[in-house]
Design a protein around this ligand. Structure first.
Ligand SMILES: Nc1ncnc2c1ncn2[C@@H]1O[C@H](COP(=O)(O)OP(=O)(O)O)[C@@H](O)[C@H]1O
Ligand SMILES: [Mg+2]
Length: 301
């Protein structure tokens, strides 16, 4: 079932088009990653989804209808959350719960339940100021879940963390996504690949690539032949670029990455030429482009 649909979403800041006509939807039960370089428009998009920022134009509908205020359905963890460092973790959650209009007793119960869920029960009486980055971020997750939202929006939830904190929060997200629909942003492909079902790659405020993660990987997988030379072979590589079975050539130092449309033919012809012309190669390898290659290409464009 479709939970949220975004149509032609635009946000302008003066003459800057931060978000430039985004359209996508999120199905219930999915974990969606919004991937893009710094400045791509991730935060702006997520702020609009969470109702904190008014779009310049375009629409957001929730469960098939346009609603004035969808904030009750949304849990949101900002990119730079701020906590009251003098409060304990428990006090902060109870405070958040009361803001979300839970009564005192519900607030108390829900806070305890979430503290346990995010592994902070033992630290609940400690001041937030003494928490590690990972603990703060887990408290942030608990805060975002306090009113049992249907959609959890996380803006770069692991970007500011050290490797340990990163692991803690990714594991937590893996659990949360079993029960709650999640969209999170990241500029790190690896995080997107690790836990998302669907991926949306944005660049300059617009979608570059989107779809089910497995499909996207499959769809953009391309055979490449990687050849490493002992010395310069650029004149031969120049020729190779014009062959009909070659779609693209990238050269980095003495390594040529040759994208081919026909691996068997490519291997046969290139190997023959290498032997016949006695070219100084060190390595000849058949490989496939990865999502990383694709992402780098999109982001650089
Ligand atoms: N409040 C603002 N005023 C002016 N420009 C902004 C503002 N917020 C973001 N931008 C610009 O909008 C673009 C997208 O920013 P942002 O959504 O923060 O990207 P991301 O989260 O992907 O790094 C950037 O060019 C940024 O400089
Ligand atoms: Mg951001």
């Amino acid at each position: 079932m479709e939970l949220l649909r975004v149509t032609n979403l635009v946000k302008k800041y003066g003459s800057t088009n931060a978000v430039n006509g985004l359209s996508f939807h999120i199905d219930e039960g999915r974990c969606v990653s919004l991937l893009g370089a710094n400045g791509a428009g991730k935060t702006t998009t997520l702020k609009m989804l969470s109702g904190l920022l008014e779009p310049t134009s375009g629409s957001i509908s929730f469960q098939g209808t346009k609603q004035k205020d969808i904030r009750q359905y949304i849990g949101y963890l900002p990119q730079y959350p701020s906590f009251f460092n003098w409060m304990s973790g428990k006090e902060f959650l109870v405070f958040t719960a009361e803001l979300a209009k839970l009564n005192r007793k519900e607030a108390e119960e829900r806070s305890e339940e979430l503290l346990e869920r995010v592994g902070l029960l033992d630290a609940k009486k400690r001041k937030i100021g003494g928490y590690s980055g990972g603990m703060k971020q887990r408290l942030g997750l608990a805060q975002a879940l306090i009113h049992r939202p249907k959609l959890l929006i996380l803006d770069e939830p692991v970007s500011a963390l050290d490797p340990l904190g990163r692991r803690e929060v990714l594991d937590m997200m893996r659990e949360i996504k079993q029960e709650t629909t999640v969209i999170f942003s990241t500029h790190v492909l690896h995080d997107a690949q690790e836990i998302s079902d669907d991926i949306i790659i944005i660049n300059e405020g617009d979608i570059a690539i989107s779809g089910e993660l497995e499909n996207v990987i499959e769809q953009y997988r391309q055979p490449i032949i990687q050849i490493e030379f002992d010395s310069d072979a650029s004149s031969w590589i120049k020729e190779v670029e014009s062959y009909s079975f070659v779609s693209e050539v990238n050269i980095q130092g003495n390594v040529a990455n040759i994208s081919v449309t026909d691996m068997a033919k490519g291997r046969h012809i290139l190997l023959n030429e290498i032997v016949n012309q006695n070219l100084p190669i060190r390595k000849f390898e058949l490989a496939q482009t990865t999502l990383e290659d694709l992402f780098m290409k999109v982001v650089k464009a």
